[in-house]
Structures are given as C-alpha cells and as structure tokens.
Unconditional design. Sequence first.
Length: 375
Amino acid sequence: MRILFVNICEKRAFEGHRLHDSEWVNGLAMFGEVDVICPSRNWYQGLELHARIIPFDAQAVTKGDKFWHSKAVNRGIIRRLDPFVHLSSHNLYRFVEKLDQKRHYAFIFAAHLDPIMFLAHYWCSPITGKLFVLEHTPELYKNRYVRICLERTKNRVHHVTMEKICVPMYVNRYGIDRDKVHVIPHPCNKIPDIKENTDADFAVVGLSNSNSPQKVAQIIAWEKKSGYFRKHHIKAVFRSPDKNQVYDDGWLRVITGRLSLSLDDYYSYIKNAAVLVLPFDENFGARTSGTIIDALSNKKCCIGTAFPTMKGYAREYRAVCRVYRTIPELEKALAEILGKNSGQKAAEEDFNSFEKDRSMDSMKVYMEKAFMGYI
C-alpha cells in the first residue's frame, strides 16, 4: 500500500516542523510505503526517515511566472490575499494530483492545506475524498475568508486533530461531521543530535512564537520590581513578538522576533532548561502547543497561562504541568518545580505516561481507527 505525505514546505514558516513531520512520516510507515514531498532532497537531512523523498519546490516553480510578481496583482485587497502563496499551493496541489495518477495512493496525508486554493480544486479533484488534513489550529477558521471556503469544503476531506479538546470545536462550532474528525495525538518530539550552542544555558526558557507581548511585559515588570531571577540566581530567557520589547539584566533576557532561531539553537535551549514557560494569551484556544510537546517529550516541566490546552495537560500530568493566572502563581510554580527533590517520583511517572500515550504502539491504534477503510 502506498501513502503520500505532503507539507506545504514554505521554508520561512514551516522549517521548524521538520522533526514533527518526520514523526508523522515514520508513524505512517507502519502501514505501508510512504512517499514524502519536500522542497529539496536534504530537507530532512539528519533525521531518520522511513520514506521515499520526492523533491518539489513549489515556490521556485511559481517564481517563474512573472505576472504574479507584477504591480497589477500586488496592490490593495489582491495583495492582502497573497496570490503568490496561493499560486504556489496550486502548483503543489497539481503536482500531487499528477503523482497520484502514477502511484495510486491509498490516502494522502497533508500536514497543511491552503483553504482558499482548495476551494478552486475540491469539486473536480480526484484526490479530494482521500485527503486527511492535519489541523494545527482550529483558530485558523476564525478568519472570514477561511470560513467561506470551509463552508463548501469542510465535509469533503478528513480532519485530523492532535488534541481531544478540539473535537467539540470542529463539530459544534464549525459544523464538520463527527465521522470526518479524527484524533491522533501529537507524537513525541525528542531532541535529535544537534550542534549544541553553549550560550543557550538557561534554567527557565520561554521561546515560543505564541508568547503574548503583554504577558512577557508582566514578567519584565516583575523582575524589575522584585529582582526574582537575580536574587535566586536563575537564568531565564523569553521571546517576545514585540520587536521593541528587549530586556537583559544578566539574569532575565528577552529576545524579539519570530522564527529567528536555528533548530540547533532552539533545541540547545530546551536541552539545558529545567522548565519551559508558556506566557500565552488565554485566548490561544483549544489547540496543540508545540512547546508543551517539546517540554514533556524531553522530560522538562512546563508552566503556562490558563489557555484551554494548558489546563487540559495540567489535569492529565499534574506533577509536571502547572497553570498560572497571576505573577504570584507563576512564582509559586517556579519554586515548586525548581526546588530540589520536589516530587521527582511523581514527575517521572508523568513523563513516562506521556511518552507511553504517544508511543508508536499507541499511535498505531489511533491511526488504525482514523484510516479505517483506507488501510
């Protein structure tokens, strides 16, 4: 049996998903021969991938069409719709269709699907019925353009969510048929062999791209007022999406920007951390957080604001996950987790439970249920 895995492979935004994608590919390889479309042969370099690599750089192909770079289509509302991105998605989708004609895949697992582009394809495409789309976030559907597209296409494909808490949102809020929504937990994301950055030695790490500038500002104000990290000799680093929110007193460092760290640097911070902190907006929603997965996969505790997913993990893995709503609650959680010999046995049990829940054996059970009728 042949299975196709395809990511949108936009280098700017999805480079950090390489390890995540490789786990899905290796899970799918339990059921058959897997082909993987990626923009270059070395896209998954350094990762053990049980699949055949098929290079196709959709953006490079699209760049050859000068019309889509002209001023005529790069102004006003047309520019806001980002036609180059959607044309790249179109070229990739056409490539997938042609590949399917040759290889006759049992099903196609898409780690991303451009909803605007798909609206123009779904009704006449031979692959529509066997598409399984990995839904990274239901919050995407708050966008009115996406909602318009979703109304026509939502029950034409299968939707895979990585969190049980998301199912009611897809079914009740967005009207997707329950038999089209499948739960397959986010696989473990253990740190691969990396070129370790020796400067990335911080006990408290909060480098998610989903951090809230307001929540980070609260941490900066707390440190300025109380000197918590300085007094306790704890080195902490956070990332803020606000480019003006820079801070460094020798103990607390705040860096800015999005997607600015190399994989080696990012995983170096995680490897050296004692705890990962998620200062997210509470409206982050019921969706997967890669930071939580990074933490628990590598036996690092995590503390986060009271967004739905974090509250769910705090209930399920109480010894290693904490929720905070105020700075005093954050301070208390840090003291509990960073305290020596604090609940080590319970923490080890939770880490083992998390790993078991996302083991290949468990993943196989979830996948068999989701792909029933296709495998």
